[in-house]
Structures are given as structure tokens and as C-alpha cells.
Design a binder for this molecule. Structure first.
Ligand code: SAH
Length: 516
């Protein structure tokens, strides 16, 4: 990786104070993503969405310094020391902070400690929850007709304590939109103080918790009743509170909480590399997705044997790909051996399933035969329709330990079949993003399986099954594997690709059959 050689060549440690945005992965800046991809060390806390750690290098040191149930945060002083120490050792250190690093949350103190230690640093601003939180609840912090200034204040300090740094009398006089961070616990005394200073009782107030994530919830009320409502429903931090006329605009502008999969917690079990598309499509519909890869793609046991077959690719009549992984593994080697796509010669290409075919097309090659389903009979009959396979040389590119029915059936019809074992799937043992812990603590509404191996590997992890978690499967073969393991399938895609799966999930929840 380019970044890696860069960081090892220059032995100057640096510290990047990076805003992780409010939660939604799409709200992370391009610069933040670059920093994460290049980091030697990443120090993050509990408001930074851990999914973004999947962008980190495999060998990056990842350190959690936030508060976790029952545990205490690494003290601020210790965090400062940690950053300085790692940077002094020549590391590229990314300090990942929720929202914007300089909006509350002690980023300024960390920057000072870094500067005092004489370490080079960079600040990467982020989208603050103070603005994004309201926006995702349909509340613009300004409106020409309502206000011409916005105040951000911390609710961390108790207004009833003497020496509170916040001048509530001045705030009351100022009016406009006021956004409070860190204040859920003290909301009652803060609201009381505002009323005492003459703010009107029916001023609209909204609280947005876990804003911009799939767990987002919004509670609205007035200055008079908001604290009571918070207590009534047990509304908890982290939340942003907005005080002001603009809150009323939510009635027409609320958008995020109205999407088809809003509030649904969905587990994606594909490999890290492949999860992206499914996750993105589900997120776009409002789901709270967490990726829990159970498998990883590794080179096959005998890479040399596979490479030799790839080298002879041009000598086959057909090359049959059974999965997108196979296509990738094949061309990775092919383009190491050859620098011209035409070296594939006259070999025709068959790709099973639309995702496999798409991957072939990505390499600008034509797919000559595209059976839709990976059912050996279906593939064979497609070949028969094209004039049979007798005496044809076929290279079947597949995973180690995959089903070999297809090779047998093609051979039985007189084809000369070579099986290229292109890759193997191994259990994913790491949990960089804390997704497993998350599943145990927060539960889920739905788990998605996109192949038999995702089912088997998920079950191999031996995690307790969260209450009420339903199952969505990409097609009959995956469903059968799941049923064989005693799972009940609530959703099965009619079209056996990612788009088809997402469509089925959407229909399912729209019909209101889902829990929660
Ligand atoms: N630097 C951060 C704020 C850190 S202070 C930022 O710019 O957003 C921590 C407070 O931020 C929390 O107590 C809460 O009030 C707010 N906060 C951060 N992320 C939030 C989120 N996703 N939803 C609601 N509030 C959030």
C-alpha cells in the first residue's frame, strides 16, 4: 500500500486530530478517510462510529479510549500522553473524535498537548452533531424568518451550582436558536433556569439522540414540558437539544426518520470487502447496518497450481466463473502474467449469477453465457442449449471446498474439465469494529445471509442469537443451508443478487410484518 511505504519512509511522527462526524459513515470527510487508511495508530472514543475502522490498515494499532459499560475512560491526561508517545515513536497517529474535533469534547486540549510536545499535527474538521443532529431530525438551525444567530452551549455544567460558566440570563435575552450538547442529565435544571430568566414556556424544544445513525430518535416538546417527557420515556444521552422556533419546521422537514428501513438494525455477514454494496443500499433506505464479516477470502492452498491454469487460460473453450471472488482471484493472477486482455484468446466466458457476470464485465470482457442460478442442472442445460459440451475444454474457476457437482455433470456430458481452485474462505477471527460486541449488547432486527458459507460461518462463531432477530436469505440454496441448521427464514429474495435481497427486505418491512 502506498500509504504504508510513505509512513515507514518518513520516520517523522505526526498526529492528526480527525473529526469522525456525527455517526453516519457518509458524513465523514474524504480527508478523514485518507487519514484512517494511512494511520499506524488510531485512537478513538465511543462517539466515533467504529465501522470506519474497517478502512484502517490490517496492521494498524487500534486503541479504544472511550467509556464502555462498567469501564472507565482512559483519563484525558493519559490520552494526551498516549498520542505524544506514539507520535514520538515515529508513528502516524490518528486521534478520531466524534463530530468536529474542536467542538467541545476536549480536542483543543489534545491539540495543545501535541503542540507542547513539539509534534507535527493536522486538524481535520468534521461535521458536528450540533448541526447534523438537528438537520437529520428535520430542523434547520437557521431560518431567515426565525433567527439570525445560533448559540452552541454545553449542558455539562449544573446551572444551579454557583460559578456556572453559562450566563443563562444572557442566553434568554439573546434568543435565536440554541443548541445544547452533553446536557440530557441536567435538562430539568437547565430548562428551569431558562424559564426563570424569562424564556417563554411554549418555546419549542427537540432532543435528538444517536443522531444520523440507525438508532436516531427525536423527542419534541416545549421548554415547559420537555424535561418531564425525557424522564417519561427514559430518553438517554448522547443527544443534542435544540431550543428555538426552528424546531417547529420539523413537522414538514422531517425526512430521515421516515425512510422505509428507519430504525431497523440489520446485520451484514459478507466479507469486509464485499459488504459495502449491500450495506450502502440498506443504509440508503434508512437501516442501521452493522457489518459482521464471518469469513475472509484468502489465496488457495496451492496458488501455483491455480496460476498455471490461469496461464493456460487461452487454451480452453470455456472459462466458467461461479462467483465474483473467483473472477477477482483469476484476473489478479491473469494480469500479473499478462499485460494484455487479449491473451485470454478465444476462450468464451460463462458467469453464474448476475454479480459474477458484473465482475467479469468490470474487466471489459464479454460474458457469453450467463445462467442465473447456481444450480448445476440449470448451468448444464444452458450449455446444452448452446450446442453441448462434448470434447470441449472447460476451466471451472471456483472456491476450494465448494460443491463440485458442476464439474462432474459437465464431465459426464463429455467435457474435459479442469478445476481451478482460486481462493478459499476462512473464518474471520478479528472484530476490529466491535460489531460482535455490538450485536450482543444492542441486538438486531434482521440478519442477512448472502451465501451458504455466510450462514455456516456465522453459526460457527457461536454467538447467542439476539431476541427477535429475523433472517433474510439471498436465495433457495442459502435458505436451505440455514434451515438445515434449524433457522427460520422470514425473507427470501426472488432475484438472487444484492439488489433483489434489498428489495425483498424493503417489501417485508413495508408490509409491517417485521418486529419492532
Ligand atoms: N465534538 C463533538 C461533540 C463532543 S461532546 C461534535 O462535534 O459533535 C459530546 C456530545 O456531543 C454528546 O453528549 C452529545 O450531546 C453530542 N453528540 C455527539 N454525537 C452525537 C450524536 N450522534 N447524536 C446526538 N448527540 C451527539
Amino acid at each position: 500500500m502506498e500509504s504504508k511505504s510513505k509512513s515507514t519512509n518518513e520516520n517523522v511522527g505526526r498526529c492528526f486530530l480527525v473529526g469522525a462526524g456525527p455517526g453516519d459513515l457518509g458524513l465523514v470527510t474524504l480527508r478523514a478517510k485518507e487519514c484512517i487508511e494511512q494511520a499506524d495508530v488510531i485512537v478513538y472514543d465511543h462517539l466515533a462510529n467504529p465501522e470506519m475502522l474497517s478502512w484502517a490498515r490490517d496492521d494498524a494499532e487500534i486503541i479504544y479510549v472511550g467509556k464502555r459499560a462498567g469501564e472507565h475512560a482512559l483519563g484525558q491526561e493519559k490520552i494526551n500522553v498516549l498520542l505524544v508517545e506514539r507520535a514520538r515513536a515515529g508513528k502516524q497517529v490518528v486521534r478520531l473524535k466524534g463530530g468536529d474535533p474542536f467542538v467541545f469534547g476536549r480536542g483543543a486540549e489534545e491539540a495543545s498537548a501535541i503542540v507542547d510536545a513539539g509534534i507535527e499535527f493536522e486538524i481535520v474538521p468534521g461535521i458536528t452533531s450540533a448541526i447534523a443532529g438537528p438537520a437529520y431530525a428535520g430542523i434547520p438551525v437557521t431560518h431567515r424568518a426565525e433567527n439570525s444567530h445560533v448559540t452552541f452551549f454545553t449542558g455539562h455544567e449544573d446551572p444551579e451550582k454557583t460559578g456556572s460558566p453559562i450566563d443563562y440570563a444572557a442566553l434568554a435575552k439573546l434568543g435565536g436558536t440554541q443548541v445544547m450538547l452533553m446536557g440530557v442529565q441536567r435538562l430539568e435544571s437547565i430548562a428551569r433556569e431558562m424559564l426563570k430568566q424569562g424564556v417563554r414556556e411554549d418555546l419549542p424544544v427537540a432532543l435528538v439522540r444517536w443522531a444520523t445513525t440507525g438508532r436516531q430518535e427525536t423527542l419534541t416538546g416545549t421548554l415547559q414540558n420537555i424535561a418531564q417527557r425525557v424522564a417519561g420515556v427514559g430518553f438517554e444521552a448522547p443527544a443534542v437539544a435544540v431550543f428555538g422556533e426552528v424546531v417547529a419546521l420539523r413537522e414538514s422537514l422531517n425526512w430521515y426518520e421516515k425512510r422505509p428501513l428507519s430504525g431497523k438494525r440489520i446485520v451484514v455477514t459478507r466479507t469486509r470487502k464485499q459488504a459495502g454494496e449491500l450495506s450502502a443500499q440498506l443504509r440508503a433506505l434508512g437501516a442501521y447496518v452493522f457489518e459482521l464479516p464471518t469469513i475472509r477470502i484468502e489465496p488457495p492452498g496451492d496458488l501455483r497450481a491455480f496460476a498455471e491454469l490461469v496461464q493456460d487460460a487461452h487454451s480452453y473453450d470455456w472459462i466458467v466463473f461461479t462467483s465474483a471472488n473467483g473472477v477477482e482471484a483469476f484476473f489478479e493472477i491473469f494480469f500479473k502474467l499478462y499485460d494484455d486482455g487479449r491473451e485470454i484468446g478465444g476462450a468464451r466466458i460463462a458467469a453464474i449469477g448476475p454479480a459474477t457476470a458484473q465482475r467479469v464485465k468490470d474487466f471489459h470482457l464479454h460474458v457469453d453465457l450467463q445462467p442465473d442460478e447456481f444450480v448445476a442442472e440449470a448451468v448444464v442445460s444452458e450449455f446444452q442449449r448452446q450446442g453441448g459440451v462434448e470434447n470441449l475444454r472447460i476451466l471451472l474457476v471456483r472456491a476450494e471446498k465448494a460443491r463440485d457437482v458442476l464439474a462432474k455433470q459437465l464431465s459426464a456430458l463429455g467435457a474435459i474439465v479442469d478445476e481451478g481452485l482460486a481462493y478459499r474462505t476462512v473464518p474471520e477471527t478479528r472484530d476490529t469494529t466491535g460489531a460482535r460486541r455490538h450485536l450482543l449488547e444492542e441486538g438486531a432486527d434482521l440478519i442477512t445471509f448472502t451465501s451458504s458459507s455466510t450462514v455456516e460461518n456465522f453459526l460457527t462463531l457461536g454467538l447467542p442469537w439476539p431476541e427477535g432477530m429475523q433472517v433474510a436469505s439471498i436465495g433457495p440454496i442459502t435458505s436451505k443451508t440455514a434451515r438445515d441448521h434449524g433457522l427460520k427464514i422470514e425473507i427470501e429474495a426472488r432475484r438472487h443478487d444484492i439488489g433483489g435481497l434489498v428489495e425483498a427486505i424493503r417489501e417485508f418491512f413495508e408490509k409491517g410484518k417485521g418486529h419492532g
